[in-house]
Design a protein around this ligand. Sequence first.
Ligand SMILES: C[C@H](Nc1nc(-c2c[nH]c3ncc(Cl)cc23)ncc1F)C(=O)NCC(F)(F)F
Length: 295
Amino acid sequence: PHHDDMLFEERHLCYLSLLGKGNFGSVELCRYDPLGDNTGELVAVKKLQPNKQSTSEDFHKEVNTLSALKCDYIVKYRGICYSAGRLTMSLVMEYLPFGSLISYLENFCDKMNTRRMLLFASQICKGMKYLQDKRYVHRDLAARNILVADHSRVKIADFGLTKVIPFDKEYYRVTQPGESPIFWYAPESITEFKFSSKSDVWSFGVVLHELFSFCNTNFNPKRLCMQEIGHGVQGPSISVYLANILKNGWRLPAPLHCSTKVYNLMKQCWMYKSEDRPMFSDLEEQIETMIKEER
Ligand SMILES: C[C@H](Nc1nc(-c2c[nH]c3ncc(Cl)cc23)ncc1F)C(=O)NCC(F)(F)F
């Protein structure tokens, strides 16, 4: 582990509440209180329950991924907590009080405006550009995996599916899809399990759609795609239908009150061929320009 990681002693980690569950285990809100006087800091503790989907090797990979990332727009890794007898390990991260972007948009809808959405979008671009420069592919970029630090700062989180692209390739190919968020996936990820920074760009376009739909559950990507595919389609054939409608040019419709310029940004991210999609640096420039033009 890196020199500035802390080793958290389990006896000083006080459980406060369950924040949420993933396909790896759960994330709990705890107070790290070595003085025992409730003055300790709040932390988010990711407990690993090795199951069929994720093993402790995956866990170590996530620790190595997270501890190498130092960016204002990526959730901060704080250290590790070994449980008694070192049977299970926990990943300790900073706690962001406003929670995921999904819950933030539901709770602070009235605070949202185009300017703030574009600010959040540019910060996600900055975080993704940082990841891309380190040849990381997130593979699960979605509003549910963006955390809100305060009313003007968001951070990318949940690096459970992140992979490093081999030095001699431009993409990462996974073997089997597992629990895939296919409605956020680029066509080449659905049909060939290929992941690259350009497939992350596609997912970023879907996050833009979620942002500008105010994460309105009636317009979430899964529901809109299933409406188009037909609710009668079930199970693994959904990805075949989804790949087909995307190949035939269907895309998520423009969210209500979304400007043409913002929808064009999404459509650039959803170009069928990955090489026709912009880089995160291009997207960041376009968004910065749009922020300046916003009154
Ligand atoms: C499984 C965990 N789920 C949840 N986490 C939090 C949360 C609030 N504040 C937080 N601060 C640091 C962390 Cl790591 C999580 C939270 N809130 C609701 C959840 F359902 C999670 O990690 N979700 C991915 C992401 F972090 F991106 F939201």
